[in-house]
Design a protein around this ligand. Sequence first.
Ligand SMILES: [Zn+2]
Length: 72
Amino acid sequence: MTDDLVIYQNLHGTVCVCGAEKKARQSFCRTHYFKLPPGTRQALYEVSEYPETFRRACELLGLEAPTVEVAK
Ligand SMILES: [Zn+2]
């Protein structure tokens, strides 16, 4: 599984990367979403390059983007 797939899973899930509740098909919980600059919020609705935009948004928010857990 690639990181991109994990990011899409997060998008369709109901838990924000911070652990708070969010709506499926929204990238973040309300708190984090409204902390983003308007341009970045807009960009999250662009389907192409979504994983890239999402990672950048996480960086802006100081959150760790979801990654694949590698079995050891
Ligand atoms: Zn959050």
